[in-house]
Write a protein that binds this ligand. Structure first.
Ligand code: PLP
Length: 377
């Protein structure tokens, strides 16, 4: 028997979350008499830990898939995805461009070095690209000064038949919180690209779920949003829970209690005795540790569900085990079911918050040794 820990990925929940996003886009667009944006479902990092093949199956209704690893793009093609694929960091070296051609991948182009690679390549079919503008994130993209020159160079490449469809994109730094920066970023994007033909793409999950962001772009432009985290049932906002957004957890991390003991007041639990009981307690040991991807920095009090009862983590997380308070659980026993996060337990966002991180990191970090199960019905 393998260890009793598993991560279950629910394809119906993935589908539901995409449908929720789509529904919001459609209903707000029709209220505003405009076309609904197209959706790139972002499936980078092994679909935020959910598996590329699972994501391809569940997101068959998306207009495109976006990621940044060519191998994941090829896996998506092998899984049967025929639609557009956008590589969010583009190509890294000239040899990559052949693969873009072979697998019909769209490239983000964010620096002059990439344009130079395109100058030197011969292709039998033009490559569709999005030129990325840096509007304040200061990660990837041409500065406002550089953008017009990059756009002209790309236009010349299009005239030569190297570039096909030419679009433009940017990325927000603070769309997940209330910040005037987002409006500033939108304004600079419109100022530099509003008059240019071709599709635009600006919105991550937080901005996709904040209609003002995509409603700001001119309606006559074809628009593509790029939601990621919300499709997996985790909230992009610190202030709104996923459930309030009608999102469902797509991954449930489960395990079991493998040991039960009573301890007296004054006794400590685990490495460093970071938890000392102030009254007699029943302590359960769960087969889940940081080598499974559970965050080691999760402190005492981090929520966890045992047999459907919400309780708390006790002391330090070990490599393969962690301790929980079974005192509120009726008739605790070895074999009791534990939900670390997901359906029937705390949300991944609540666990992440307790551990001082974000749901993204926990979902991506589930270790290869954790058995993956898939629900598809
Ligand atoms: C990851 C990523 C997204 C998706 O972000 P979420 O916050 O997960 O919605 C969109 N665009 C780019 C460029 C990204 O790197």
């Amino acid at each position: 028997m393998p260890r009793p820990i598993s991560a279950t990925v629910s394809l119906p929940s993935l589908r539901h979350n995409l449908a929720i996003v789509r529904h919001k886009l459609n209903s707000i667009s029709s209220q505003n008499n405009r076309k609904s944006p197209f959706v790139w479902a972002v499936i980078k990092a092994n679909a935020y830990g959910h598996g590329i093949a699972n994501a391809v199956k569940a997101f068959s209704n998306a207009d495109g898939l976006a990621m940044l690893d060519i191998d994941e793009a090829i896996l998506s093609r092998q899984a049967g995805w025929q639609g557009p694929i956008l590589l969010l960091e583009g190509f890294f070296q000239p040899e990559d461009i052949q693969q873009f051609e072979q697998h019909r991948l769209h490239a983000t182009v964010h620096c002059f070095e990439q344009l130079e690679m395109l100058e030197r390549v011969t292709l039998s079919r033009p490559l569709d690209i999005f030129i990325k503008l840096n509007t304040g994130m200061n990660r990837l993209g041409f500065s406002a000064d550089q953008f017009p020159r990059a756009w002209s160079q790309a236009t010349r490449l299009a005239e030569r038949g190297v570039v096909g469809k030419l679009g433009k994109m940017t990325h927000f730094a603070r769309a997940d919180e209330i910040s005037s920066l987002t409006q500033t970023q939108i304004s600079s994007f419109i100022q530099l690209t509003g008059h240019l033909p071709g599709p635009s793409s600006i919105c991550n999950s937080a901005a996709t779920l904040t209609p003002e962001c995509w409603l700001s772009l001119p309606d006559e432009q074809e628009q593509w949003v790029r939601p990621g985290i919300c499709l997996y049932g985790s909230s992009p906002f610190a202030l709104h829970k996923a459930a309030q957004l009608d999102l469902r957890p797509a991954m449930t991390l489960r395990s079991q209690v493998i040991s039960v003991r009573r301890i007296d007041a004054g006794e400590g639990v685990g490495y460093g005795h970071r938890f000392i009981a102030d009254q007699p307690l029943t302590v359960g040991v769960v087969a889940c540790g940081y080598a499974d991807g559970y965050p080691r920095h999760a402190p005492t009090g981090t929520p966890v569900a045992v047999k459907g009862v919400m309780t708390r983590l006790l002391g330090r997380v070990s490599m393969d085990m962690l301790a929980v308070d079974l005192t509120p659980v009726p008739g605790p026993a070895v074999g009791d079911s534990v939900v670390l996060w997901g359906e029937g337990g705390p949300s991944v966002d609540d666990v992440a918050e307790a551990a001082g991180t974000i749901g993204y990191e926990l979902l991506c970090a589930v270790a290869p040794r954790v058995q993956k199960l898939v629900i598809d019905c």
